[in-house]
Ligand binder design. Structure first.
Ligand code: BG6
Length: 460
């Protein structure tokens, strides 16, 4: 697979929520720049027919990319075959095989729930589909054992380097900015450790609830949906050692090494919550104990980080929508002769949501007699760069990489395994999560988890 471009893209789950919000908009953007696969085989559940499917794609692109260029949408649809059927059925795969015609290096996007992944792969194997590469959505498995089983079943059909595990955070330009800050500014390295950093906070919060994904979410919950994947990737990126070289492979090794040093979450360091009204969402059980919020403290047992709390929280139905990584530095007790108070902690805040960028908060002398010190923000806003507007969304990068044989932005199996090991004590807990009102910051108990200073509120 490596370096050879795919001659077809097969999308399993082509009419689902992810396809509507992310995949079709990404394929539209790739079509604008003529970087799309020459043939797309879209597999969706039976129902809409070709006309309904075309409407679905056009509406998705219009909604997510603004009014779309109809000529580009036409080009995209003209190269797309639509196959209706259950992905675990042999008959569906036979149709996929026919639609692929003589394609020899297809990329398959396995956008199906973990519970259906193995049966889908078996159905693919049964009809002998050509094996190019396979993209597997997160969560990869449901826990450590099922992740290993899923990997084994993939390796029966695909070569090891053709299994591309998705965590779309690795496709976010803002997440790569975090890497750029850390590794392109060597002076930061001298303060990136437990002698200078007092704590690391990672917040992923969303105002929206589960929307139409209730029945899917019931089998997943916040820990599997976001903590095990996105948040632990971020922990790995913050905590990793400098890679041996600049290759993507070396970075992935270091992320996995960092996660291998994270202790499994201690039950006393975990707060689970569920927003009021979740149990009345479509597809959700009336007595569901699935968490829509999780806050946890992790310890990274390395020479660099021992003793520094990594505080993570993720939830739906919260007060704001944001993704932030905040690194607080140990404050100095020293006062200057002309200032009255001790300075607050310096801080670097990475914004990974729609705006991106970073804010470095330092102490400065305030103007006038009351001299401070005052916190001042040095704000890097990527929207102010001359190249603003050229950015790609995560799935555009990931689909482009998969189509063009680049494997650097995908997750290694070792990282998947270490992440499941870390969250294992937080999975399948029977006790009901604590209820929290929609529009709040989660259960009150979570507020106490960081100790002094509390959580850092995300910037608007
Ligand atoms: C997905 C989760 O992986 O990430 C969703 O399944 C979540 O539940 C989404 O809403 C958040 O992604 P982003 O890029 O908006 O932070």
């Amino acid at each position: 697979m490596a370096n050879a471009s795919a001659d077809a893209l097969v999308l399993f789950g082509a009419t689902g929520d992810l396809a509507r919000r992310k995949l079709w908009p990404a394929l539209y953007r790739l079509s604008v720049s003529e970087q799309c696969a020459p043939l797309i085989v879209a597999v969706g559940l039976p129902g809409p027919g070709r006309a309904g499917f075309e409407k679905f794609v056009s509406a998705a692109v219009d909604d997510m990319c603004g009014p779309a260029d109809s000529a580009v949408v036409h080009r995209l649809l003209a190269r797309t075959c639509f196959v209706e059927g259950d992905t675990t059925w042999r008959g569906t795969m036979e149709e996929v095989a026919r639609a692929l015609r003589d394609a020899a290096r297809p990329v398959f996007f396995l956008g199906v729930p973990p519970s259906r992944a193995t049966a889908t792969i078996a159905a693919m194997g049964a009809v002998g589909l050509p094996s190019g590469a396979v993209l597997v959505e997160k969560p990869f498995g449901n826990d450590l054992d099922s992740a290993r089983m899923l990997n084994e079943s993939l390796l029966e059909v695909f070569a090891a380097d053709a299994v591309l595990r998705i965590d779309h955070y690795l496709g976010k330009e803002a997440v790569e900015n975090l890497l750029a800050f850390r590794f392109c500014n060597p002076f930061l390295e001298s303060v990136w450790d437990r002698t200078s950093v007092s704590r690391v906070q990672i917040t992923h919060c969303e105002v929206r609830g589960v929307d139409s994904r209730g029945s899917l979410y019931e089998g997943i919950g916040a820990v599997r949906d976001v903590v095990q994947s996105h948040l632990l990737q971020l922990v790995g990126i913050v905590a990793m050692e400098r890679p041996a070289d600049g290759t993507a492979g070396a970075f992935r090794e270091r992320i996995a090494d960092a996660l291998a040093a994270v202790r499994p979450v201690a039950p006393g360091h975990l707060v689970r919550g569920q927003y009021a009204g979740y149990r009345s969402e479509a597809g959700v059980a009336a007595d569901s104990t699935v968490e829509t919020f999780a806050a946890l403290r992790l310890d990274v047992d390395t020479e660099r980080w021992r003793g520094v709390p990594f505080l993570l929280r993720s939830g739906k139905g919260l007060a704001a929508t944001a993704i932030e990584v905040v690194v607080d530095f140990v404050p100095t007790e020293d006062r200057l002769w002309f200032t009255r108070q001790a300075p607050g902690p310096a801080r670097v805040r990475f914004r990974l949501g729609s705006r991106g960028g970073a804010v470095l908060t330092l102490n400065a002398r305030g103007p006038g007699v009351d001299a401070g010190p005052v916190p001042v923000d040095l704000d890097f806003d990527p929207r102010a760069l001359p190249s603003a507007g050229d950015e790609w969304e995560a799935y555009t990068h990931l689909l482009s990489d998969a189509i063009h044989g680049r494997t650097g932005r995908f997750v290694s199996m070792r990282t998947v395994e270490e992440s499941w090991r870390v969250v294992a004590p937080a999975l399948d807990l029977r006790d009901a999560p604590l209820e929290y009102p929609r529009g709040s910051w989660g259960p009150g108990k979570a507020a106490g988890l960081p100790g002094d200073g509390g959580w850092c509120a995300p910037l608007p």
